[in-house]
Design a binder for this molecule. Structure first.
Ligand code: ADP
Ligand code: MG
Length: 141
């Protein structure tokens, strides 16, 4: 599994890394792993900007998905607070994935991993370093 690891020192740099990724062929699903404050939402913001989708990116707080309409439409999931035992959530997630009409980016994917496709996806791992340092490992599977 090829992996690329980058250390960024500011939110702007993390956004720029997302921008670089957006210039390549994108998968159906981008999974973002890492603790709170590690930079996942910042990365999504960079991706949305680079794809020229007009939206204010913030963590979905009262819902678990935000939809940014554009080309492509971006489905921004954050499963941090999602009740994982509610089968309805799994069904809704599956329904969106099956539409295949946009790009799905997902924070805390490990919470509902069983519903996520294994192919055509990129996994990205974020870790906090000291101060504004963040380590970002990008792997393809
Ligand atoms: P998460 O979605 O993983 O919880 P956020 O992207 O919401 O994380 O928050 C990251 C926080 O860390 C923001 O307040 C951001 O300004 C700050 N930050 C500092 N340095 C970086 C960096 N190198 N990359 C990303 N965010 C950074
Ligand atoms: Mg977040």
């Amino acid at each position: 599994m090829p992996t690329r690891t980058i250390i960024t020192t500011s939110p702007e740099e993390t956004e720029a890394i997302a921008g670089e990724l957006a210039h390549n062929r994108l998968p159906e699903l981008i999974c973002l792993y890492g603790d709170l404050g590690a930079g996942k939402t910042t990365f999504v913001r960079g991706l949305v900007k680079a794809l020229k989708v007009k939206a204010r990116v913030q963590s979905p707080t009262f819902t678990y998905v935000r939809i940014y309409k554009g080309r492509p439409t971006i489905y921004h999931f954050d499963l941090y607070r999602t009740p994982i035992n509610d089968p309805l959530i799994g069904e809704q997630l599956t329904e969106i994935i099956d539409r295949k009409d946009g790009l799905i980016v997902c924070e805390w994917p490990e919470r509902l991993e069983q519903y996520l496709p294994k192919k055509n996806r990129i996994d990205i791992f974020f870790t906090h370093g000291s101060e504004d340092n963040r380590t970002i490992s990008i792997s393809t599977i």
